[in-house]
Design a protein around this ligand. Structure first.
Ligand SMILES: *Cc1c(COP(=O)(O)O)cnc(C)c1O
Length: 389
């Protein structure tokens, strides 16, 4: 093992870098989770947390990973044997789809090539064919973190509305909420799923469900077995500032601090920053003569760029070398694209210099590797940042 000086570069698309302010907030003494100070914290959080989701409605928080919040969305709104439609946009979509099948739902998968987002046209055809209105939920991953592709949720909504279909719309916003424009209410999303460790700049450990009135109504009659994930119980306790079980008190301190930081910068500025960094990263990739996995200009993710290596080159070997030489972690290719792509995370607590340092590490790593590439990516990214100033 090489000895490294300076700070580790954690440039995976989650868990992301946790700001020192958030770490300090988390380190405060744990308090009585049934006392008045805790209730005040929860009331404050439940108010503030709505903003990055773009909702005036309820946001339910779990001590869980994002995967737990996926399960919560399903078991609160659906019944065994219900039909759901999923899109094969990448590894997270596949995992969520498999979970739905494991939980006893009847799953229809709309095929995808992992280089495009969820197809509104394919959904339109599926909804039109569903003359008996058997589809109960459409499940879409917004920012597919495994491929760097952002699906167009407003267009998915438009297709559902045009079909006049009563289906629920569930969206995985795990890597988009807090980092990109997200409008739960305006887009007519029924359940938005999120986790703490990406755009929200917290360590892993909190899961979220933002829920619409329609989703709450569905939960009244949904027949799937649920206990820990049951919205009704949590909402009843939350209304008094408490949880039905011991909550992750210190992560909630961190959440308050992270939400304050997002408020101070202003969400429009946060979103613009992510967009600028994503644009600069893609300019760098093109200058290296490498290929961005995403093939649709409208669907580039603002939070992560997946870079495809030429055939016969091992992306994991490149990542391992960059970790060893420069102490920087890049995201691995997942599932179907394992070994073929590496992912540059540019989400969360990041500034221009950390982005340029990241791209510098990739460029130096490429230069030392056998992967055919051209230099000039960092310069192209600097130009991009100057242009978008
Ligand atoms: C990270 C991620 C998940 C999974 O979250 P876990 O906390 O690992 O369970 C799900 N969906 C997307 C889009 C993600 O980026």
């Amino acid at each position: 093992m090489t000895t490294h000086t300076g700070r580790h570069f954690l440039q995976i698309p989650g868990p992301t870098n946790v700001p020192d302010r958030v770490l300090r907030a988390i380190s405060m003494p744990t308090i009585d989770h049934r006392g008045p100070e805790f209730a005040a914290l929860v009331h404050d959080l439940l108010e503030r947390v709505r903003t990055p989701f773009g909702t005036q409605g309820q946001v339910i928080m779990y001590p869980s990973s994002g995967t737990g919040a996926w399960e919560a969305a399903i078991v609160n709104t659906l019944s065994p044997g219900d039909r759901v439609v999923c899109f094969e946009t990448g590894q997270f979509a596949v995992l969520w789809r498999d979970m739905a099948a494991n939980l006893g739902l009847e799953v229809t998968t709309l095929a995808g090539d992992w280089r495009h987002g969820a197809s509104p046209e394919a959904l339109a055809a599926e909804l039109e064919a569903d003359t008996h209105r058997t589809i109960r939920a459409v499940m879409v991953v917004h920012s597919e973190t495994s491929t760097g592709i952002c699906s167009r949720i407003p267009e998915i909504r438009r297709v559902i509305d045009e079909a006049g279909h009563p289906t629920l719309l569930m969206v995985d916003g795990v890597s988009s909420v807090g980092a990109t424009e997200y409008r739960h209410d305006e887009w007519g999303v029924d359940v938005t799923i999120c986790g703490s460790q990406k755009g929200l700049m917290l360590p892993p450990g909190l899961g979220f469900n933002a829920v619409s009135e329609k989703a709450l109504a569905a939960s009244q009659t949904a027949g799937m077995a649920r206990s820990y994930w049951d919205w009704a119980q949590i909402l009843a306790f939350n209304s008094r500032g408490f949880f039905p079980y011991t909550p992750p008190t210190n992560l909630l301190y961190g959440l308050r601090e992270a939400l304050l930081m997002l408020e101070e910068e202003g969400l429009p500025a946060v979103f613009a920053r992510h967009q600028r960094f994503a644009d600069a990263t893609r300019r760098a990739v093109r200058a290296w003569s490498l290929e961005v996995l995403c093939q649709d200009q409208r669907e580039h993710s603002p939070v992560v760029t997946a870079v495809l290596l030429p055939d016969g080159h091992d992306a994991d070997q490149l990542r391992a070398q960059i970790l060893d030489d420069f102490d920087m972690s890049l995201g691995a290719g997942l599932g179907k694209v394992a070994g073929r792509v590496f992912r540059i995370g540019h989400v969360g607590h990041l500034n221009e210099l950390s982005l340029i340092g990241t791209l510098g590490g990739v460029e130096m790593g490429l230069a030392r590797s056998t992967v055919p590439s051209t230099p000039g990516g960092v310069t192209a990214a600097l130009d991009s940042l100057a242009d978008s100033r």
